[in-house]
Design a binder for this molecule. Sequence first.
Ligand code: HEC
Ligand code: HEC
Length: 387
Amino acid sequence: MKLHSDAWRNISFMMIGATAVFGGFAALTPSDRDDGDHGIAGHLASAFVSQAHAGETGELGLGREALPEEIAAWDIDIRPDGAGLPEGAGTVADGEAVFAEKCASCHGDFGEAVGRWPVLAGGFETLNSEDPVKTVGSYWPYLSTVWDYVHRAMPFGDAQSLTDDEVYAITAYLLYVNDLVDDEEFELSNANFLETPLPNEANFFLDDRLETEKAFWNRADICMQNCKESVEITSKARVLQVTPGDGAGGGGGEEAATGAEAEVQEASAQVETAVVELDPEQVKAGKKVFRKCKACHQVGDGAKHRTGPMLNGVFGRSAGTADGFKKYSDAMTTAGADGLVWDDATMSEFLAKPKKYVDGTSMAFAGLKKEADIAAVIAYLRSESGE
Ligand code: HEC
Ligand code: HEC
């Protein structure tokens, strides 16, 4: 059977460079490429068709020719160049509404994920870390895959129930929560689909090992002599706690939290909250910056804990003490117990380099580079966090 190389590329992701840590990640190469334009479904269909012809000539007497409707039902793959996209359109705002209704129960309001369902937003600049967060925004190479996948497979349990316009709207919303568009009125359609490429595209390419490793495979002398006499383990995996919630480093740490709690809360009660005049322009700019945080944090009326704690009342409070947030790292609760209280200065330093400021924090966020962004997001948090 033939698989179309582009369609294949759309499905099997292969990545290098920054992500050498993923070791062992490999993609298959279609052994037989052609330049037809039917995608996988077309080829599956033609496999059926040729068998049907065989039947007609009496060889096996099985099958019949695929109906055009049957081919159409199979042929729904969308390719990176936009081939296969139906006509349609939807805005970020429309997408937000559909997403809230049909997706947020598993993926969170902002794609930050509920529990252990997949996270769909954020994770930028984490791919070369020990704990890469691979999302539509940080990792996926093509927007066409988002459209194809959502259309084909989501909502989980009710696949292919969305209209084409809803899929455009959701895809636009996923761009928005990943900061790849910043206007809620932005409308994604088949006409402008290719105008917003995903940032990680360049790190994907077709598996070329058949060519690039040919010389190696053909070597006659592949190390079958002078082999080592014994094999020793010389190093071990660095992160052993792979199950969330099992304490050390894995995002658990609830036990550690309780001990210091009373003390910490007493300490935070003594800190006075300064009254700060807020600059409305800065608050507005901060709202935009906060999109980078939204995948994990909520603030303002009705804010809830998500991947990260909700940030109401965060100023003047000891680190790691938001009521009811159970996922603090040991590092954060310890920092709070040791006297870290959130104010403009401490939060600025934390937001510039979270992992450096609170060594071992589970906040998977690389940090804000611009001081102006930090000041703005702090102003916004102050305006929303109930002071
Ligand atoms: C009942 C829970 C549930 C609902 C509701 C749901 N999903 Fe999913 N979603 C999943 C699961 C489970 C997976 C992973 C499936 C797999 O890997 O086979 C997933 C995977 C995804 C992925 C791929 C994530 C990745 O990086 O691999 C996207 C994109 C996605 N869903 C979008 C949506 C959209 C859009 C909706 C609403 C229309 C939706 N989902 C509704 C459970 C859900
Ligand atoms: C990928 C998810 C994620 C993103 C994005 C993120 N955070 Fe966090 N944040 C967390 C988690 C998880 C914690 C708890 C960290 C810990 O316990 O070590 C946290 C902790 C915090 C705290 C300490 C709160 C407390 O109760 O002590 C502040 C303040 C904070 N984040 C602000 C921000 C801001 C502002 C942004 C955006 C510029 C942001 N975060 C982006 C996940 C995230």
